[in-house]
Each structure stands twice: as C-alpha cells, then as structure tokens.
Design a protein around this ligand. Structure first.
Ligand code: PPE
Length: 304
C-alpha cells in the first residue's frame, strides 16, 4: 500500500509508523470491531468526500448493532477525517475509520475494554485493477455461503464479518479469477466479497434486496443515478443462472467504484465487455464523485 504520513488515533495525529497497538488488543483476537471505507475525490473546488455523512452514520449504526459505544460524536469523527486528510496533504484518498476494543479483559465479553478509534487515509487506486475497471473482471461463484442475517449482523460493517469475504476472495484468486460472487443461504445471489452486485437483463437493472447484504452506499448511489436517468431498477432476488444469462453485470462499492464483470464461471456475460448501461452508469458516477454533476452536489462533503 501507499503509506501516508499521519494517522488519527484516539484524538491525536501521530506518525504513521507510531500507530501501534498491544498484542492483547481484544478485536485482534475475536474480531469485534467496526469500520468504514470512504473515498475522497479531487474536484475543482478541492478534495471532496463522497457521501461522508452516510458513511459516518453507518459507522455509528454498525457500532450500535454490536453494542459498541463510540466515544466521539459523528461531527467529531467528520472533523477528524478532515484533519487527517489535510495533515497528509492528500487530494484523492481512501479513508478507513476503525473502532476497536483495546486490551484489558480477554474472553468473549468485550464491553469492559476501552474503545479505540483510528482514522487512516491513503492513496488507493482501482480496487480491482485499472484494466478491470475499463474492460471488466472475471468472477467465480463462491463455494462459501454468504452471511445469514441472524448469524452475522449484515447491516453492520464488522471486522469479523470479513473472514467469510476473505475465504471467498482467496478461493476465487487461487482459482485464477479476480473476484468472488457469493450466494446466500437460499442459494440466491448476495454480493461480492467487498461489493454489491447488479445485473442488467432486457433493459431492466436488478440488484438483490438489502437483506443479507451490506447496505452499500455506492449501491444506493447507483440506484438513484439509474432512476434519474430514466432506467428501471428493481430490488429483487437474482438466481445464479440468471447471472449467467445477464446482458450486463457489475459490482459496486466504495473501493471497487463501478467495476464491470465480463465473465462468471467461464460463462461470458453479454458481449464479454462492459455493456452500454454499465458504461453509462460508470461515466455518470465518476462525474458525480468529481463534482461535475450539479444535481448531486449534496453528496459531496468538501474538505474544509
Ligand atoms: N458489500 C460488502 C461486503 C462490502 O464490504 C462493501 C464495501 C460493499 C458491499 C459496498 O458498500 P459501500 O462501500 O457502502 O458502497 N467494502 C469496503 C471494503 C473493501 C476492502 O477491501 O476493505 C469498501 O469498498 O470500502
């Protein structure tokens, strides 16, 4: 990764190299921590954070779901994000706030440990590669089932939830694919290891309803943009075979942005290249995040 100079840690900016924790850090052992992934883009009016409020709100909701108390207000976290970006003199970056339990009490009752908050920023280019963003990637339907809503709390972005994602991602990469597409307990399409999924079939855009998936902020942006473009978007269950015969397929997320998928399990999707609707959505999305679409200015939080 491309390192930056400073990390915000419990209220202070410290040197990147000094942002260390004890080996007994509770979250390291048991995975109960919550985090966010946010992007800041370069615009004509300076760096702007895409849907910052929604991301900070989701961080607090994630914490609430898992009984964690964040010792700061949402506005304090927002100011801390600004401070961290400015200290590192970055104009485009990925932002990773993380809330985790420190050391003190081992065992599965974490609430006696102190809650730590860190904000890390760094330059992170195309998540699935620049070529993937342009030409599309190859996915494998995972042999690992995605979370069930009442096993892992899927509306919460919990550190430990990502073990499931990593198993899927490793399997996909070891087998020569770029990303995993996961099915839920019923066998219907759920999401990627770190992205939501959309298909286009017969001119209609479809994405799974927000049940056992992370309620992606990019997903919501895509739905809004598509509907504003006059396209039909349906939130409904998608089957595995429907993916194979989709005209277009793409993944979306803060890190992945809008990444087309050109192949799944050796079935070519559509013409084997990003389709017209995917391209259109990608084009508008990148204009929106860079402040070039006045209609969506309210989604940008300019770094003060
Ligand atoms: N599903 C999952 C499982 C997920 O992790 C993400 C984000 C999304 C959907 C899309 O959510 P949103 O970013 O709000 O549109 N994954 C984050 C972590 C990626 C990582 O490798 O770390 C991200 O994109 O920042």
């Amino acid at each position: 990764m491309v390192k930056a100079d400073y990390i915000w840690f419990n209220g202070e900016l410290i040197k990147w190299e000094d942002a260390k924790v004890h080996i007994l850090t509770h979250t390291l052992h048991y995975g109960l921590g919550v985090f966010e992934g946010i992007r800041c883009y370069k615009t004509e009016k300076g760096p702007a954070i895409f849907r910052n409020h929604e991301h900070i709100e989701r961080l607090f909701n994630s914490a609430k779901i898992v009984y964690m108390k964040i010792p700061y207000s949402q506005e304090e976290i927002r100011q801390a994000i600004f401070e961290t970006i400015k200290a590192n003199k970055l104009t485009e970056c990925y932002i990773r706030p993380i809330v985790f339990y420190g050391m003190g009490a081992m065992g599965l009752y974490p609430l006696k440990n102190e809650v730590n908050v860190a904000i890390i920023v760094w330059e992170w280019g195309a998540y699935l590669g620049e070529e993937g963003l342009q030409k599309g990637i190859r996915c494998k339907i995972s042999s690992f089932t995605r979370h069930h809503v009442n096993i892992s709390m899927t509306k919460a972005k919990v550190c430990g939830n990502y073990v499931n994602s990593q198993l899927a991602k490793i399997e996909a990469l070891e087998e020569g694919y770029d990303e995993a597409l996961m099915l839920d307990v019923d066998g219907t399409v759920s999401e990627g290891s770190g992205e939501n999924v959309f298909i286009v079939r017969k001119g209609v855009i479809k994405t799974p309803p927000p049940l056992g998936i992370l309620e992606g902020i990019t997903r919501d942006s895509v739905i809004t943009i598509a509907r504003d473009l006059g396209l039909e978007v349906r939130e409904e269950k998608i089957t595995r075979d429907e993916v194979y015969i989709a005209d277009e397929l793409f993944l979306c997320g803060t890190a992945a942005e809008i990444t087309p998928v050109r192949e799944v399990d050796r079935r070519i999707i559509g013409a084997g290249e990003p389709g017209p609707i995917t391209r259109k959505l990608q084009e508008v999305f990148f204009r929106v995040v860079r402040g070039m679409e006045p209609k969506y200015q309210h989604w940008l939080d300019y770094v003060e």
